[in-house]
Design a protein around this ligand. Structure first.
Ligand SMILES: Cc1cc2nc3c(=O)[nH]c(=O)nc-3n(C[C@H](O)[C@H](O)[C@H](O)COP(=O)(O)O)c2cc1C
Length: 206
């Protein structure tokens, strides 16, 4: 049975555009995978702490050498990584705030990027340890970037996930959401069509 992990970080909760798109996708994905397990993690309402030097030292220390605070940080990190390891499919809502990822999502990334657990260094370079996963990313933004160099958000997210071994990534965009009702409607229609195409393809495979 497949497991899907849904990660949201919109400050607008379930009304966020990225949350609406992830919900639409997961609903259709579940229709193609009846009985599958869905794990939901809302990083805006249940935030991961900002990484500190103390917590980072704890990540790299032996279990018996950690302070209670370091042990607590490791347990949070381990739980997030276990959840990610269990997932076959990762669905990520990706709002753009101030040209980048929500700070809540960055804090999460800092807790799952763990040497020896989610990546390792080898003689031939870094190797991601989270393999055999498919990611679907729902990028929502007020402006229109359409691959312009000024848009570094999605390349950053692709780079980070690939570093951890998640290289099968589909991006779905809803752009121009701040450019008026008509532009907003076009953006949602376009994203909905892409979601239909992606999930129809899954139906054909299933
Ligand atoms: C604090 C804040 C910063 C934003 N910064 C940008 C930005 O840099 N570029 C942009 O195109 N849109 C920006 N927007 C618009 C959001 O990308 C847009 O509202 C999008 O729907 C956010 O996704 P969400 O609704 O899932 O939270 C910003 C919105 C907020 C609230």
């Amino acid at each position: 049975m497949k497991t899907l992990l849904k990660l949201n970080s919109s400050i607008f909760g379930e009304n966020g555009a990225s949350s609406r798109l992830t919900d639409a996708f997961v609903g259709r994905w579940l229709a193609a995978h009846p009985g599958a397990r869905v794990i939901e993690r809302n990083l805006a309402t249940d935030p991961v702490p900002h990484l500190t030097a103390d917590a980072f030292a704890g990540f790299n220390a032996q279990p018996g050498e950690r302070s209670p605070a370091q042990q607590a940080a490791v347990e949070v990190s381990d739980a997030l990584i276990d959840e990610l390891e269990r997932a076959d499919v990762v669905v990520l809502g990706l709002p753009m705030y101030n040209f980048g990822v929500p700070s809540a999502l960055k804090a999460y990334f800092d807790y799952i990027g763990r040497a020896g657990k989610t990546f390792r260094y080898t003689e031939s370079g870094p190797e991601g340890l989270l393999t055999d996963k498919q990611a679907y990313i729902f990028a929502t933004r007020g402006g229109i970037y359409d691959g312009a160099p000024s848009e570094t958000e999605t390349s950053y997210v692709r780079q980070f996930l690939s570093f951890l071994g998640i290289t099968n990534i589909e991006f779905v965009y809803a752009e121009g959401l701040a450019l008026g009702d008509a532009a907003r409607a076009v953006a949602f229609e376009s994203a909905a069509r892409t979601i239909e195409q992606l999930t129809d393809a899954l139906q054909r495979v299933a």
